[in-house]
Design a protein around this ligand. Structure first.
Ligand code: IPE
Ligand code: IPE
Ligand code: MG
Length: 243
């Protein structure tokens, strides 16, 4: 069974540090090369007809990294947003962010808010940056929101079902990811989109993120098209043999 281009692709952009150390370079150089890869892949995804691209750019657990590296990452992010705004306009890409955004530095939040507002009307593709993001934290935040509604008498506990919980997540209007790509070979989710990826197809490549190109993305799409998405149902083969 084959399908079309995934509507929503999520990427764990990993391996900037290892890419740099393999070249005897500081991690910052790896993160810079990673930002160049982001630019490339945003354009490529848009050209390939992807509707939503979610990039894991900074996890909740990444706050445990050295302060200098965190500062470098936030500076790079702001630099990226300023430099990429014309491309977002040109390609009609809407920018959004998910995560505990209130924990980001003030200047980063201002930058995100400005570019988000400027591009809010675009519908060609939505670029979602996961920042200060953790899947467990997102579920905790959703539980708190629902509990608050219950406390105010606006929600009955029995009325909480999958749909209601999903509505309390950071971006309830977006479809679940069809394909989740992780670069640099690690076979784990690292707290990314835990709720949303229950039936997402996983694609892991040994390629370090700074070396991930449009051709790499096309390879991932080709692999995705070969998958049979069953969502718990019987396989196509079993259904065919049953007649
Ligand atoms: C991904 O690269 C970028 C972030 C997590 C912010 P890493 O910095 O994790 O690179 P490695 O995993 O050490 O190679
Ligand atoms: C996941 O990468 C987070 C991002 C890509 C932003 P990490 O490098 O933080 O994940 P672990 O520590 O290898 O699981
Ligand atoms: Mg890593």
């Amino acid at each position: 069974m084959t399908h079309d281009t995934p509507r929503h692709i999520a990427i764990i952009m990993d391996g900037n540090g290892r890419w740099a150390s393999a070249r005897g370079l500081p991690r910052l150089v790896g993160h810079r090369a990673g930002a160049d890869a982001v630019r490339r892949i945003v354009e490529a995804a848009c050209e390939l007809g992807v509707k939503v691209l979610t990039l894991y750019a900074f996890s909740w657990e990444n706050w445990d990294r050295p302060a200098g590296e965190i500062r470098d990452l936030m500076d790079l992010l702001e630099e990226f947003l300023v430099r990429e705004t014309p491309t977002l306009h040109k390609q009609a890409i809407r920018l959004r962010a998910i995560g505990r955004l209130e924990t980001l530095p003030e200047s980063t939040r201002a930058c995100l808010a400005r570019v988000g507002a400027e591009t809010a009307a675009y519908t060609h593709m939505t670029l979602v940056l996961a920042l200060s993001y953790g899947g467990r934290q997102e579920l905790v935040d959703a539980a708190r929101r629902l509990a608050e509604e219950v406390r105010q008498g606006r929600l009955r506990p029995e009325a909480i079902d999958e749909t209601r919980l999903a509505q309390a997540l950071y971006a309830p209007d977006l479809p679940d990811p069809d394909l989740l790509i992780r670069t640099s070979g690690e076979q784990r989710l690292s707290n990314f989109l835990l709720w949303q990826s229950s039936y997402t197809e996983l694609y892991i490549t040994p390629t370090y993120w700074p070396e991930f190109t449009k051709a790499s993305l096309e390879d991932a799409l080709a692999a995705y098209r070969q998958r049979e998405r069953r969502f718990g149902r019987a396989s196509a083969l079993a259904r065919a043999s049953r007649g």
